[in-house]
Write a protein that binds this ligand. Structure first.
Ligand code: PBG
Length: 323
């Protein structure tokens, strides 16, 4: 056959394929999430997220250290308090679970980048991400609490704060509160385009943060929209976001691409709990190969434009050298 173009020439073997690959999976680009709870010697497996546990600070230190030694240099921390109340006061208490965990991590692993999730939903009795009055989640009164939460994390030693609440104006409120206390150099990674998603189901099991009434549709984004993602991203960058995030990742690859094309800051994608658990479930049922599924999914998220990925697969990927 007289064919000039034979794209298969560059698929001939591993060496050529690797040279021609446009996207490279890199452990330095992965962020591992952790759930920390009160107490000691605790390791509570999360039923809907095989391989992920809720752990007390002593075990968090062990996990973070072994991950760090393998090459996972940054983590995202979620706290699970013993006590919850209407205003989520454990979220911004100096001795809250996150603040205590950050201080210990910082002391034991000074080289680690500790990113904290800034939100109230794990700490409020109603499970919403803000202050509630007459069944409504109030925007403006919530900002001050988020700003206090972020500042308390920075004071404990967090290297970056990541607001995930989706209140309007929270990036600016957090930036101002960090700056006024001398934390000008602490970056804010905003969950800018965060959609109201069924893929958060396993996380809410893990964090016990399912809303006690209603849903999060009045603050998280509508999955039918993409133009709105641009508005959220613009607003957050204007308010001082250093990194913007798209979440979830897999059903929102188009949004990652759009955000990458428009933003002049790095883009993070959150490969969320439901996306992780789907792969684990397929592997367990024998419906698919966990390694290949994981690598393909993470690669597609990078290919769409993510500069970094938060993923529960990080440990498996790095430990088993799936890259
Ligand atoms: C807190 C928060 C959530 C996630 C990250 N931060 C849950 C939610 O918005 O309900 C989800 C993470 C995941 O599913 O892995 N607001």
């Amino acid at each position: 056959m007289d064919l000039i173009h034979r794209p298969r020439r560059l698929r001939k073997n591993n060496i050529i394929r690797d040279l021609a690959a446009e996207t490279v999976l890199d452990s330095k680009k992965l962020i591992m999430p952790h759930f920390v709870c009160e107490g000691s010697k605790k390791i509570e497996p999360i039923g809907s997220m095989p391989g992920i546990n809720r752990v007390s600070i002593d075990n968090l230190l062990k996990d973070a250290e072994s991950d760090y030694k393998m090459g996972i240099r940054s983590l995202l921390l979620f706290g699970i308090p013993d006590k919850k109340d209407e205003t989520g006061s454990e979220a911004y208490s100096k001795n809250g679970i996150v603040q205590k965990a950050v201080r210990e991590l910082k002391k034991n692993l000074p080289g680690l980048l500790i990113i904290t999730d800034v939100c109230l939903c794990e700490f409020t009795s109603h499970g919403h991400c803000g202050i509630v009055s007459d069944g409504e989640v109030l925007n403006d009164p919530t900002l001050e609490l988020l700003a206090r939460t972020a500042l308390s994390h920075a004071e404990a030693g967090a290297g970056m704060v990541a607001p995930s609440d989706m209140m309007d104006g929270r990036v600016l409120a957090i930036r101002e509160s960090l700056d006024s206390a001398g934390f000008q150099d602490t970056p804010v990674m905003s969950y800018a385009a965060k959609y109201c998603s069924a893929f958060y189901g396993p996380f809410r099991d893990a964090a016990g943060s399912t809303p006690q009434f209603g849903d999060r549709k009045s603050y998280q984004m509508d999955p039918r929209n993409s133009i709105e993602a641009g508005k959220e991203v613009h607003t957050d960058i204007e308010e001082g976001a250093d990194i913007v995030m798209v979440k979830p990742a897999l059903s929102y690859l188009d949004i990652i691409k759009t955000v990458k094309d428009m933003a002049d800051v790095p883009v993070c994608a959150y490969n969320v709990s439901g996306e992780y658990s789907m792969v684990k479930a397929m592997g367990k049922l024998g419906y698919g190969d966990e390694q290949r599924l994981t690598v393909e999914i993470l690669t597609s998220i990078f290919r769409a434009g993510a500069d970094m990925i938060i993923t529960y697969h990080a440990r498996d990927v790095v430990k088993n050298k799936w890259f």
